[in-house]
Design a protein around this ligand. Structure first.
Ligand SMILES: [Zn+2]
Length: 288
């Protein structure tokens, strides 16, 4: 998987656009300590790509995915071997693997999944000291059409969008949420759509992923729309029920400009109730 700086200079600007998160990796910037322990200790779950924290284990999006939606189920304990885990940790990892396989099928629409653990660097583990279980979505033919650049696949989606899709599903199931907050932002992030002085809500169906429900509802009113990322709180651990929130770059169609008025961020901030203002501030801090 290692890629040198020399390899990277051969990537065309167009291809590099899709993999900006790899730049720290290919230029050799190493994170001190264990990346999994660092993520677990962080209080920014969005920044560290954690989508779920359990009792003995957590689930994190791979910063260097083999395929879009590549997750890892990781025990909280920094151990190399499954035998060193508590039975509770092993049981929770098995449960998380099963439920996130189901979730990835719904969210990513994948045709199959690879599940596996590489124990020790001889077996291919990149981080051998802290074991982790990979869950990699697969699509029929993906090994054939995805271009290989410098030993790493170029992926068709940015990580913040993938994170938001998965996080929205986790939040929906965790809190049995019946609706999703939709943050429609101007492409230059100067404005946002309101509905009755609040952020619009959409009902979610149980048989469709949250993100697909949102984009299907918005597309008819949009000249252009693109999922930017997660608009909710950073922490995956919350005592209070929390609606999923998705931030979307939105340009209304000519026909929809009258009903989808964009308010300036200042106007919106003064009109919105506190919960919605927090969502707006999250999105501005992440995507503006
Ligand atoms: Zn560790």
């Amino acid at each position: 998987m290692a890629s040198s700086v020399a390899d990277d200079t051969a990537i065309s600007p167009n291809q590099r656009l899709w993999t900006p998160w790899r730049m720290a990796y290919v230029t050799g910037t190493a994170e001190p300590g264990c990346v999994f322990c660092n993520a677990l200790a962080s209080n920014d779950d969005v920044g560290s790509l954690i989508v779920h924290r359990g009792v003995y284990a957590f689930v994190i999006l791979n910063l260097y995915p083999y395929n879009t939606g590549h997750l890892m189920v990781v025990p909280n304990a920094h151990v190399r071997d499954p035998a060193a885990l508590s039975s509770g940790a092993r049981a929770e990892m098995a449960e998380l693997t099963a439920s996130f396989c189901t979730g990835l099928r719904l969210v990513m629409g994948c045709d199959g999944l690879n599940i596996g653990m590489n124990l020790g660097s001889a077996a291919g583990a990149g981080i051998a000291d802290h074991l982790h279980q990979h869950i990699v979505p697969r699509w029929t033919g993906d090994a054939n059409f995805m271009p290989i650049v410098g030993g790493t696949k170029v992926l068709p989606e940015l990580l913040p969008a993938t994170y938001a899709k998965i996080r929205a599903e986790v939040a929906r199931q965790k809190f049995a949420a019946g609706s999703v907050i939709v943050l429609l932002m101007a492409p230059d992030r100067s404005g946002v759509c309101l509905s009755d002085e609040a952020l619009p809500r959409l009902p979610v169906a149980s048989d469709t992923s949250v993100w697909r429900t949102v984009l299907n509802a918005i597309a008819p009113q949009a000249a252009a729309c693109e999922l930017l990322g997660w608009g909710g709180a950073s922490s995956t651990v919350s005592d209070a029920a929390e609606l999923p929130a998705l931030a979307i770059s939105f340009t209304p169609s000519v026909a929809a400009t009258a009903t989808c008025r964009l308010w300036s961020l200042g106007e919106a901030g003064s009109l919105l109730p506190d919960d919605d203002r927090a969502v707006l501030l999250n999105a501005v801090s992440r995507f503006a």
